[in-house]
Design a protein around this ligand. Structure first.
Ligand code: ADP
Length: 381
């Protein structure tokens, strides 16, 4: 069964075509970047071999879907002859509010809900919606499935998701903690269970996604019971350009002293803080490590804050879970920086007890989206 996965960001559209049966294989994957600029960048690879890069004209996400369709059905290099060969399209959608606890077939009411939750994720849900609508036109009669970043965390109890602000604000605007990166935490927790040789429903795990965005998740008997991102993906760990946890009074103080408005402070905390803001060097961990090697003190401080926060969250989640079977690191930094895993193990193993495993597992959100899509499409037959 051929499943196409689409992940539309604010100025990008990633695509990935899987053949899913008992085994899965990745037939074609790529990205359209700089959507909406005068010239956009298209790059893709077929069967993980031939890498193709081009400049293309791509004014919006609808055009991106058209470009993706043309690649898939290209008479020379494409992998399908007709769009009807695709059995399902899985879409990554960042925000599903409190409505979606799992992946769903998209119909009119789902579209309306995704639109409604655009208020909570103004940078993310609108491009997803455009991508979905584009696919509905360009891949007509192919089921479209939404896979939400927030869905996995809908099992959090009230005491974990409520903020200490007037309850009416939760009722009125839905201000609460939602959590993100759910697909990644779900994927690596299932992988960890495979590696540990136990059912996920018997395991307590702390999964830590460390990419450009970073989040930790406390998973009790397979269910997310707390996570470090909150109302938006700004809360929690230190990230590439996001501040993570902060005294909210700092926000109003900066606004007054620096004379900036809500948009300005939002920009500062989301795009100019984190590893970048502290180091003044880069948001990229590889650059931070290089700068540390050449004696840069602020890069060292950025790294130290980054690691310290991770330790604090693991400690807190150990208290939430009681027993921890494994601490699982994933995404760009989590997968590629063994010294971080070693340091966490050295410093936290005494607290967690001798039985806790420390592991790094590669995440694959696209594959999980494809699998969810496959399951839903299969049931429709
Ligand atoms: P995204 O959230 O954009 O998907 P990734 O999961 O690709 O991000 O992670 C990006 C981060 O991973 C960057 O900070 C990058 O520096 C870091 N990273 C990638 N490779 C390595 C490596 N070998 N060592 C340390 N950090 C790495």
């Amino acid at each position: 069964m051929l499943i196409l996965v689409i992940n539309c960001g604010s100025s990008s559209a990633k695509f990935d075509l899987f053949e899913l049966n008992k085994e899965s294989s990745d037939l074609l994957r790529g990205t359209v970047e700089r959507i909406g600029e005068d010239s956009s960048n298209l790059s893709y690879e077929i069967n993980a071999e031939e890498k193709i890069q081009k400049e293309v004209l791509c004014p919006d996400h609808h055009s991106a879907i058209k470009i993706i369709k043309d690649i898939l059905t290209d008479p020379e290099k494409g992998v399908i002859a007709d769009v009807s060969e695709v059995h399902g399209v899985g879409h990554r959608v960042v925000h599903g509010g409190e409505e979606f606890t799992e992946s769903v077939l998209i119909d009119e009411s789902v579209l309306k809900s995704i639109e409604k939750f655009s208020e909570l994720a103004p940078l993310h849900n609108p491009p997803s919606l455009e991508g979905i609508k584009g696919c509905m036109k360009i891949f007509p009669a192919v089921p479209q499935i939404a896979v939400f970043d927030t869905a996995f965390h809908q099992t959090m109890p009230e005491e974990a998701y409520c903020y200490g602000i007037p309850y009416e604000l939760y009722e009125k605007y839905g201000i609460r903690r939602y959590g993100f990166h759910g697909t990644s935490h779900r994927y690596v927790s299932a992988k960890a269970a495979e590696i540990l040789g136990k059912p996920l429903s018997e395991l307590n795990l702390i999964t830590v996604h460390l990419g450009n965005g970073c989040s930790a998740d406390a998973i009790k008997k397979g269910k997310s019971v707390d996570t470090s991102m909150g109302f938006t993906p700004l809360e929690g760990l230190l990230m590439g350009t996001r501040s993570g946890d902060l005294d909210p009074a700092v926000v109003t103080f900066i606004m007054q002293r620096e004379n900036i408005d809500a948009e300005g402070v939002n920009d500062l905390l989301n795009k100019k803080s984190g590893l970048l803001g502290i180091s003044g060097v880069s948001n990229d961990m590889r650059d931070i490590l290089k700068a540390i090697d050449s004696g840069d003190k602020r890069a060292k401080l950025a790294y130290d804050i980054f690691v310290y926060r991770i330790k604090k969250y693991i400690g807190a989640y150990a208290a939430v879970l009681g027993e921890v079977d494994a601490v699982v690191l994933t995404a760009g930094i989590g997968e590629n920086l063994p010294r971080l895993k070693d340091e966490l193990k050295r410093d936290l193993a005494p607290l967690l007890g001798g039985k806790t495993e420390f592991m790094a597992i590669g995440t694959n959100e696209e594959l999980l989206i494809a699998k969810d899509t496959y399951e839903i499409v299969n049931k429709m037959k």
